[in-house]
Design a protein around this ligand. Sequence first.
Ligand SMILES: [Zn+2]
Length: 124
Amino acid sequence: MPPNRRETIELARMIEERRAALAAEIRREVSRARNEPFSEVAGTVHDTGDEALADLVADIDNAEVTRDLAELRELEAARARIADGSYGVCADCGVDIPLARLRAQPAALRCLACQERREKTYRG
Ligand SMILES: [Zn+2]
């Protein structure tokens, strides 16, 4: 069973909270990397959209920032899937992703079996 309406709202809220935390973290890292006050960096971007943040970090070569931005994009993609109704369904095999997995990882795109298979393929 895909997440019901109440569960979807709960997961969407988790995604929003994680996005906000990540956006703040990215701004902090950018302000550190540029040696600029946090308020100045935060002031240049008012929304937390990934495009605005991608612009902000374009000149920053920092593994942490790159990783945070990648996670932010995954969260954006999860939001889009909630909006179009495809959220909670494995992108590879089409089974419903268990609620426990979504709660642990709200941006999960695949069921655990497909995710593990994929990671094995990439490693090999
Ligand atoms: Zn799957």
